[in-house]
Design a protein around this ligand. Structure first.
Ligand SMILES: *Cc1c(COP(=O)(O)O)cnc(C)c1O
Length: 376
């Protein structure tokens, strides 16, 4: 029985073991300690941001970042419709209303022209937009060369959801560094992992200090437990920060491997009519997940057909995110749409992209795809 090929499983080994053991033996088995401080410093350095706070999840980072830029009841937060639900949920946690915007079909990232139009529309309606929350889809940076000036003109802060994008760059600048604040995720399936965790980054020391305060139950700096506002328990454990430091050491290697995997898929699909890769040709991406997009009218088959064929061979694939405006929980939400996200949802398929995929597993995946193509 050959083991199942997974989409993007975590990969931990002796380096992670030694870091975690060190944390355990040090006695710092708490959401405080030297690994936590070092992890914050090292990630901030890597991303090129002045300050960072390590958190229990990327979602917590998005929530705190939105609170820090002043999002609250009555406000709008502009969110891509093509994203993981956490992006939209974070807006809702603050009491703000998420308003969805469609994507550029080439990358799946926010369409800057639509964003511009939506911000104008919201201004005409007299709505206060507390933040724009671009997502760096599957590790490809959104088009910040265009998004940042549009948001600056509208005087709306950008919070970058770089949950999937550590290690990616846009014109040489690192993912996570583009907004007033940027958020990374270290969930188990992400580019590097702390099993669960996240980080909030910013050049604004006050913003990070504020979020750090909110992440520790907003406890006042006095000997007894004094609270003048409601906070959250959002800190990362020192033990998990140790795991994160080991993974961070391996980041370049992990990204190189995932880029190489994308190249193999690119070669295989290059001559197949009606099939393209999402964000094809962007080698600044960290290539966290590689996605094929199938035009059924040209290809003569659907993404779901390939998914079924691979599933029968114990190879995991997954559809692209189901757009937020189609989610029952956000039914009736305001949205500016072109249909691009919906088409990516039906026509896109995410392929196994994990660092630890062995040569023989990769051969199985590529053979499986070739067999499928021949049978058509
Ligand atoms: C994973 C992810 C998050 C949430 O991160 P968690 O650490 O799982 O809370 C947010 N946004 C996007 C786009 C993600 O992929």
């Amino acid at each position: 029985m050959t083991p199942r090929v997974l989409l993007s499983p975590p990969d931990v080994g002796p380096l992670e073991e030694s870091y975690v053991l060190d944390a355990l033996r040090s006695g710092w088995v708490a959401p405080a300690g030297p690994h936590l401080e070092a992890f914050e410093r090292e990630v901030a350095e890597r991303v090129g941001c002045g300050h960072a706070v390590a958190l229990a999840s990327g979602t917590a980072g998005l929530h705190l970042a939105l609170l820090a830029v002043g999002a609250g009841p009555g406000d709008v937060v502009v969110v891509p419709t093509l994203t993981f639900v956490a992006t939209a949920n974070a807006a809702v946690y603050t009491g703000a209303e998420p308003v969805f915007v469609d994507c550029d079909p080439a990358t799946g990232n926010v369409d800057p022209d639509l964003l511009h139009e939506l911000l104008r529309e919201l201004r005409t309606l007299g709505r206060r937009v507390a933040a724009v929350l671009p997502v760096d889809m599957f590790g490809t940076c959104a088009d910040y060369s265009r998004i940042l000036p549009i948001c600056a003109d509208a005087e709306v802060p950008v919070v970058e959801d770089a949950a999937e994008a550590l290690g990616a760059t846009h014109h040489g600048r690192a993912a996570g560094s583009f907004g007033r604040a940027g958020v990374l995720s270290f969930n188990g399936n992400k580019i590097i992992t702390t099993s669960g965790g996240g980080m909030l980054l910013s050049d604004d020391a006050d913003l990070i200090a504020r979020c750090r305060h909110l992440s520790t139950q907003a406890r006042q700096p006095v000997p007894h437990y004094e609270h003048v506002e409601v906070g959250y328990n959002y800190r990362l454990s020192n033990v998990l920060a140790a795991l994160g430091r080991a993974q961070l050491h391996r980041l370049d290697d992990i990204v190189a491997r995932r880029r190489w995997l994308r190249e193999q898929y690119a070669k295989l699909f290059a001559a197949v009519p009606g099939v393209r890769l999402l964000a094809d040709g962007d080698w600044e991406a960290n290539c966290w997940l590689t996605t094929v997009v199938v035009d059924p009218a040209v290809a003569g088959w659907r993404a779901a057909d390939l998914a079924a064929h691979l599933a029968a061979q114990d190879i995991e694939t997954r559809p692209v995110w189901k757009p937020m405006h189609l989610q029952p929980v956000f039914g009736g939400a305001r949205a500016l749409l072109t249909g691009a996200a919906e088409r990516l949802f039906t026509d896109g398929l995410t392929l196994p992209s994990g660092y630890a995929m062995t040569e023989s597993q990769l051969a199985r995946v590529l053979d499986g795809i070739e067999q499928f193509l021949k049978s058509r």
